[in-house]
Design a protein around this ligand. Structure first.
Ligand code: AFP
Length: 341
């Protein structure tokens, strides 16, 4: 951890992202600025989440989003904040958000850039009512065509194509974690200074301490996933000593396991016949976090192979997700191969 009482050890997010740019001599600074725009969006959203219990913003709207869920005002605020802070800069060619059925092209009055942004503006929003942590997840792709109007197909890129991804966790403090392919770095928002300061350089997942899953759905899982859960609980020669922690906000569960070691999973289940692949979205949640996991020495799988290799077929595609320490995620692949195929 950095010593923020000593000015010479303070590294702001702007400085860090700029220094990362040195890894890419051909870089124009556009990606750097997109990340900085997202950090600003994180600050604005954090200013609302910390006041959620007080402000009029808390409460449900009449609307139902594309996932069939009630949209909270805070979701809409976060969605619009990311759009407003990124759509006019000439850096992006389009945005796709979990909250909108179709992708959002850049308005005609603004210049078009060469990057695409995918994001989940407020992950875990059903936790807002209970003063629990929430987060924003994002991924940045290069667009596939040099020019012309953007199409949905350009967003349907495998996670391997991500040039950067990250999340902002709004918890006891606000933390911005990102990778641009050279390690994973975390920054904590200093509310007095109003800036994200480097607090977690070069994050690597340590030995596993936790497993995180909604055990309430156990009866709906395949045999392989049931055995895996027993393995994590130490039964029949399984791994001993893991603790169970589950918040129900993917960003927060992932962030804890990234720093402390562990595996999070949301498997396929038979609970809802309309959603056989579980609940999580490939584009907005699984792929961006999978890139971070791999950069931190971990791994993310859908139970059969890497999340990063999945070619999406639709914007709101769902996927089973197992993410965290590599050997723990590989173990579920082995059990699913042996018991479910
Ligand atoms: P909400 O945004 O509707 O709260 O969903 C959060 C989420 O997509 C993800 O952040 C959690 O890990 C997961 O759902 C929790 O789902 P369960 O409530 O089914 O366990």
């Amino acid at each position: 951890m950095a010593d923020h009482d000593n000015p010479s050890s303070i590294i702001t997010i702007e400085r860090h992202i700029l220094e990362e740019q040195a890894f890419h001599p051909e870089a124009t600074g556009t990606l750097t600025n997109i990340l900085y725009d997202l950090a600003l969006a994180g600050k604005v959203i954090a200013s609302k989440t910390t006041r959620a219990g007080l402000a009029e913003i808390l409460g449900r709207t009449e609307d139902i989003n594309v996932q069939g869920e009630t949209v909270l005002k805070l979701d809409r605020f976060a969605d619009l904040t990311v759009q407003r802070l990124t759509d006019h800069t000439g850096r992006l060619a389009g945005l796709a958000s979990e909250e909108n059925a179709e992708f959002m092209p850049i308005p005609d009055k603004y210049p078009m850039g060469k990057y695409l942004l995918v994001f989940d503006p407020l992950d875990g929003s059903s936790n807002v009512d209970f003063n629990m942590p929430v987060g924003t997840i994002f991924g940045v792709y290069r667009r596939l065509r040099e020019s012309g109007p953007v199409s949905t197909e350009e967003f349907l890129q495998p996670g391997r194509n991500l040039v950067a991804s990250g999340y902002i966790a709004y918890g006891t403090s606000t933390i911005f974690v990102y990778t641009a392919g050279h390690g994973v770095h975390g920054f904590t928002l200093d509310p007095h200074v109003g800036e994200f300061l480097l607090s977690h350089p070069n994050i690597e997942i340590p030995r596993a301490k936790y497993f995180s899953v909604n055990l309430g759905y156990q009866m709906y899982w395949s045999l392989g996933v049931q055995r895996y859960t027993e393995y994590l609980q130490g039964h029949g020669g399984g791994i001993k000593g893991l603790s169970l922690r589950y918040i129900g906000t993917l960003v927060s569960d992932f962030h804890r396991n990234l720093l402390a070691g562990g595996v999070f999973y949301y498997p396929a289940d038979s609970k809802d016949p309309n959603s056989p692949s579980g609940k999580l979205r490939l584009l907005y949640e699984a792929a961006p976090l999978a890139f971070i996991a791999e950069q931190a020495g971990g791994y993310a799988s859908d139970g059969t192979g890497s999340i990063l290799d999945i070619e999406p077929t639709s914007l709101h595609q769902r996927t089973p997700l197992f993410i965290g320490n590599k050997e723990l995620v590989e173990k579920v692949e082995e059990l699913i191969r042996g018991l479910d195929s």
